[in-house]
Write a protein that binds this ligand. Structure first.
Ligand code: PHB
Length: 388
């Protein structure tokens, strides 16, 4: 940490951070995520994936022992996220922040990261502009622009020319709406209606009716993965959209943690995403097998791979730079590695992960389990929200 940034901090915070430097052989990473409430599965998936990484790679990165600390935001809660980041930085003396599921929570910690020159590795929060809010953000998840443009282009290639978009009304939903419209209309398609659903919506029937009224060939959706995606996908079936021949185009709606519960109704649904637990590689098989060994009953999803690669990136940064934040960010830029999702790298311009995007279709595997089967690959896609 340099002089200027130390002066920017309140005196007690600076003192505490300096005290933290005394025990530099252990690097502490504070992971901020929901561990309670409707989105508690996110925190659980993060923690389990980090445990898999540590089981495979041990507790050391270079000369440093890495210790993870976990803090619960309970959901979309920017004030709590900021307070937790402050507590982690000041009281616990963490050298890195990780996690961050929801866009508003990530935005709420940006300034603290900048002031304290602490790297913040975002495992999920997926609105493109987040990484521009602090030079200390790096993201190992995905963005809505990154997966939605391929979805719209694939729909056009299937001969679909009209669609209605349905998104949760906040950052990532608006990115998804804009990305879909831009790519779909550029290829000659028409968006008949753009529906924005309040974040607290639990009854999707009225929105499904509005979609049906437009008689589009397809409905594109984005909702935060968890209870909303599950309820939305059920509503698509129960309100007769499938029967009406309206093609489902999604991103995270067929999340592995709720896929079995969707049952037969999920078969054939198409999504574009950066990770399928059914991805065909040795590395992914090792990852999903160890996850199931350590945590029987757990299945890998986007949260798992975001956290697993977040841990991989943090190990790389720590081995290269220990607790020196600016040097750690430098070490992240351009870093490339093999992930359970396929080849990935950190774009030095945006500090976002460049990765393959897969078009998937829900099907049953040879054991009768529902999976997101990859049917097409768009290679090496950057964050199209910032670079296009
Ligand atoms: C976000 O708030 O950025 C977010 C949350 C959940 C998702 C995707 C994006 O599944």
């Amino acid at each position: 940490m340099n002089h200027t940034s130390r002066r920017l901090l309140a005196a007690p915070m600076a003192l505490a951070l300096m005290a933290g430097f005394a025990s530099a052989d252990t690097i502490r990473v504070g992971v901020i995520a929901p561990f309670s409430g409707p989105f508690a599965i996110w925190g659980q998936q993060f923690q389990q994936a980090i445990e898999v990484y540590q089981e495979q790679h041990g507790p050391m990165a270079g000369e440093h022992t890495i210790e993870f600390l976990y803090r619960d935001t309970g959901g979309t809660n920017p004030d709590v996220a900021r307070a937790l980041a402050q507590e982690l930085l000041i009281r616990e003396g963490v050298d890195y922040i990780g996690g961050l599921v929801f866009t508003p929570n990530a935005l709420a910690v940006a300034e603290l990261l900048t002031q304290s020159e602490t790297p913040g590795v975002i495992f999920n929060a997926a609105t493109s502009m987040i990484t521009q809010q602090s030079d200390y953000f790096v993201r190992t998840g995905f963005t809505l622009w990154q997966v939605t443009v391929p979805m719209a282009e694939w729909a056009l290639a299937q001969g679909i020319t009209t669609a209605v978009t349905t998104v949760t009304d906040y950052g990532p939903g608006l990115d998804a709406e804009n990305a879909f419209r831009e790519a779909f209309t550029a290829g000659g398609g028409t968006v008949l209606d753009s529906i924005r659903m309040p974040i607290q919506t639990t009854d999707f029937a009225p929105f499904m009716q509005r979609v049906r009224d437009q008689s589009p060939e397809a409905v594109f959706g984005f909702l935060p993965a968890g209870p909303p995606t599950y309820a939305f996908t059920r509503a698509y079936n129960e309100n007769g959209l499938r029967e009406a021949g309206i093609t489902f185009l999604g991103t995270g709606e067929t999340d592995e943690t709720t896929l079995e519960a969707l049952g037969e109704a999920a078969i054939g649904l198409n999504t574009a995403y950066h990770y399928s637990a059914a991805h065909d590689s040795d590395m992914n098989r090792e990852f999903t097998t160890m996850l199931a060994q350590l945590h029987p009953g757990s299945v890998a999803n986007l949260a798992s791979v975001g956290a697993y690669d977040g841990a991989a990136l943090i190990y790389h940064m720590v081995a290269a730079a220990g607790g020196d934040g600016p040097a750690a960010i430098q070490a992240a830029l351009g870093h490339a590695w093999e992930s359970p999702r396929g080849p990935v790298s950190i774009d030095p311009e945006t500090r976002h992960i460049t990765q393959n995007v897969y078009i998937r279709e829900v099907a049953r595997d040879e054991n009768g389990r529902l999976i997101n089967r990859e049917i097409d690959t768009i290679e090496s896609v950057p964050d199209l929200g910032l670079t296009r």
